[in-house]
Write a protein that binds this ligand. Structure first.
Ligand SMILES: Cc1cc2nc3c(=O)[nH]c(=O)nc-3n(C[C@H](O)[C@H](O)[C@H](O)COP(=O)(O)OP(=O)(O)OC[C@H]3O[C@@H](n4cnc5c(N)ncnc54)[C@H](O)[C@@H]3O)c2cc1C
Ligand SMILES: NC(=O)c1ccc[n+]([C@@H]2O[C@H](COP(=O)([O-])OP(=O)(O)OC[C@H]3O[C@@H](n4cnc5c(N)ncnc54)[C@H](OP(=O)(O)O)[C@@H]3O)[C@@H](O)[C@H]2O)c1
Length: 656
């Protein structure tokens, strides 16, 4: 081995380019003094002595790690550094320096499961925010959009204004209606996926059937079923993000005789578009948001509708004081034209959206707002059931508004008071070949039965997600090890390293908007993934103590809200009195603050290095940009008009 190359071993058995350089310098100058370590000021002196390219000479293998180190020009006479500056007894380190720049990021293989608006937003934001991410999005359907692709029942539409229920950063200014119909929302999210080039990450028609944490290799193995070829394969990822939706795993009720019914039997999320209701006798089971939308639509065309609603529910006016009518509420051409002006549109959007951030107080038990809501709703329900006033007593719940998600239901009460609708509150006993029998022995015949009976609202994943002997599929179900979706802030769960949960339990505040909440959750995850890939972290998992503290906080908080009234809702998994897991314990603004600055102390880490030194990832002391000729090292210098002191030096990418 040549002594004047980088192969020479320096102090502590580590590779130290500076020391090697000095050694070379000394050798060339005919001196044999032992190499010493020099201070930072010596570097500039050495640079004066030499020209660039030292790395080329001292070894190709290391050249890219220290391209700024100078090349020795043998024609230059090199002065030696003053001897007095050499520390004689410098402390010895046991750490073997890693040979890379501090921002030489680890590539992270990340799998997102699901391409509804959450998965699409992940496909837009994660590649933008997480350098070196290797992203794959698995979607079982043949296209993206989740809820809005699958739900095609008559009457399906957003009950939040379309201008609010969209991405914050890439709005459609040209929504046709105030409360857009399902297909327009589907088209919007598919257009977002195209616009932001998300399809390149997506594997359509690929269903994940199993995910297991492999402790030894510190990665997730997911079983992927290609629905086209019917082949199943295992793929490995550093991280898995569940974005499978809360209402995607719809379920038919399990009444005796369900399989015997000979007519059309469908869940509303599995609508048969060829079904023609005209002249038919149909049943709708359930008075959640879906049942309330589909019933008036069917009432208009079917011969007869039997509507089974075993519990009362509040029929709201609207979510935030917006005017609601049964049917389209289109924007005029003139209004839409005005939205082409960015400032006009921003003003319009802010005025509309702010109402959705101000609704939180009405959630609080005993609040004036909630009491006021109750009075208003009773007044309105009275008025809208004038056709059949005898129905009213059975329609008014004994729980407070907001215990269940509000259902504005334009046209619903008007529909159930029509002569071709029978409103049935008696519980169902069984299905027969021809219809439904209720527990009072009445039997009614139907051509078709539509179950608007919701989804697996326990939020347990419908496929196995296993780690360290626990399967979330069972553990989160009532009677399971945890018995409810046990999470840290709804973000992740103890014992499941590198598993993140998007738009799952506790994901949104009772106020705010779903897209905003998804974006802030993804921003949190981006920070987490950047930390992992840049700080030599192998695994990250929330501590049990942190998750337990969160549950304790939630248990203290939710009784202050009407969510813990005696109602069945997807907030409590359909079990009155069970822990609330559907919403965040606080307002939407509150959850936004919680997600802004991750509490890293609540997470537990395993590191890639086996040195035991948390700073091993500091590497060779350089940043990558310093090694790139021409790279902008002064990104922080901006036009004074662009500087907001609150944000100064806060942007993660704004670094030399
Ligand atoms: C009919 C209906 C109307 C709604 N209206 C409103 C509204 O007006 N306002 C509102 O705020 N919210 C509404 N919601 C709630 C709505 O679900 C959310 O707002 C939002 O669409 C959720 O998006 P997501 O991407 O998280 O989930 P989803 O849209 O459910 O997407 C989940 C995706 O994951 C995929 N997936 C699931 N399992 C797997 C697997 N094993 N492998 C691969 N892919 C998988 C699914 O195919 C789906 O595409 C409504 C829900 C329904 C059902
Ligand atoms: N934009 C919209 O307007 C809209 C439309 C659809 C859905 N959504 C969203 O999706 C969520 C889910 O709505 P969803 O209507 O599909 O489900 P849901 O709100 O959970 O309602 C399910 C309904 O089915 C009933 N039900 C369940 N099992 C039953 C059984 N075995 N027998 C009889 N009735 C049964 C429930 O009755 P109990 O209450 O008695 O259990 C409830 O009325 C909504 O809360 C909302 O977030 C929004």
């Amino acid at each position: 081995m040549r002594e004047d190359t980088a192969e020479s071993t320096s102090m502590h058995g580590t590779t130290q380019p500076m020391v090697r350089l000095i050694k070379v310098v000394q050798r060339r100058a005919g001196r044999s003094t032992a190499p010493s370590i020099y201070g930072a000021s010596d570097l500039s002196l050495i640079r004066l002595w030499s020209s660039r390219g030292f790395c080329d000479r001292v070894g190709q293998r290391r050249a890219h790690h220290c391209p700024l180190m100078p090349r020795i020009n043998p024609n230059i006479l090199l002065p030696l550094p003053p001897k007095s500056q050499a520390p004689l007894n410098y402390p010895k380190s046991n750490l073997k320096l890693e040979d890379h720049c501090i921002d030489d990021l680890r590539k992270l293989r990340v799998a997102v499961i699901g391409a509804g608006l959450s998965g699409i937003s992940a496909g837009i934001l994660l590649p933008a925010k997480v350098p070196n991410i290797d992203l794959t999005i698995f979607e079982k359907n043949q296209d993206v959009s989740g809820t809005w692709l699958e739900n095609i029942y008559p009457g399906v539409r957003c009950d939040i204004p379309a201008h609010v229920y969209q991405s914050t950063f890439s709005p459609n200014t040209q929504w046709s209606e105030r409360f857009a119909q399902g297909p327009e929302i589907r088209d919007y999210w598919q257009a977002q996926a195209r616009k932001h080039d998300v399809y390149r990450y997506i594997k359509l028609g690929h269903r994940i059937e199993f995910a297991e944490w492999e402790e030894k290799e510190s990665n997730w193995v997911v079983k992927v079923h290609d629905l086209k070829t019917d082949e199943t394969s295992d793929e490995k990822f550093d991280f898995v993000i569940l974005a499978i939706g809360r209402f995607n795993r719809w379920k038919l009720p399990d009444y005796p005789g369900v399989d015997e019914f000979k007519g059309v039997l469908r869940h509303t999320s599995d609508w048969d578009p060829t079904f023609e209701p005209k002249g038919k006798t149909v049943a709708v089971i359930g008075n959640g948001a879906s049942g309330i939308q589909v019933t008036p639509a069917l009432q208009k065309t079917a011969k007869h509708v039997g509507h089974y609603a075993r519990n009362p529910t509040w029929i709201a006016t609207s979510w935030a004081g917006d005017e609601r009518i049964d049917g389209p509420q289109p924007y005029s051409e003139e209004q839409r034209e005005s939205f082409n002006d960015p400032e006009t549109y921003l003003k319009f959007r802010k005025e509309l959206e702010v109402k959705y951030w101000r609704r939180f107080k009405a959630m609080l038990r005993g609040s004036e707002e909630n009491a006021g809501m109750r009075e208003t709703f009773i007044e309105i329900m009275k008025k809208r059931t004038e056709g059949k006033p005898e129905l009213l007593a059975g329609l008014i719940p004994d729980f407070a508004p907001h215990c269940r998600r509000l259902t504005p239901g334009p046209g619903y009460l008007e529909a159930i008071t029509q002569d071709n609708v029978e409103f049935i509150q008696t519980k169902i006993k069984r299905f027969t070949e021809t219809g439904i029998e209720t527990i009072d022995g009445n039997h009614r015949e139907y051509d078709a039965i539509f179950c608007a009976t919701g989804a697996n609202i326990d939020l347990a994943p419908p496929f196995s997600v296993k780690s360290r002997g626990i399967d979330l599929k069972d553990a989160w179900k009532p009677g399971g090890v945890f018995g409810f979706p046990y999470t840290y802030l709804g973000l992740a769960t103890p014992g499941f390293p590198n598993l993140l949960i998007l738009a799952g339990a506790h994901a949104t505040g009772p106020s705010g908007t779903v897209p905003h909440s998804v974006e802030t959750q993804l921003t949190y995850y981006a920070k987490l993934l950047r930390k992992v890939s840049s700080q030599g972290i192998k695994t990250i998992v929330p501590s049990k103590k942190a998750a337990d503290d969160f549950i304790e906080y939630s248990d203290a908080f939710f009784p202050k809200t009407v969510l813990t009234d005696n109602c069945s809702s997807w907030n409590n998994g359909g079990r009155p009195g069970a822990r609330i897991h559907g919403l965040w314990p606080g307002s939407a603004a509150h959850i936004t603050i919680v997600r802004r600055d991750p509490r890293w102390e609540d997470w537990e880490y395993e590191y890639i290095t086996d040195s035991g030194n948390r700073f091993a990832y500091f590497g060779n002391g350089y940043t990558k940009r310093e090694t790139e000729p021409g790279a902008d090292l002064t990104t922080y210098l901006k036009l004074p008009s662009e500087i907001n002191l609150k944000d100064l030096h806060e942007s993660w990418w704004d670094l030399p």
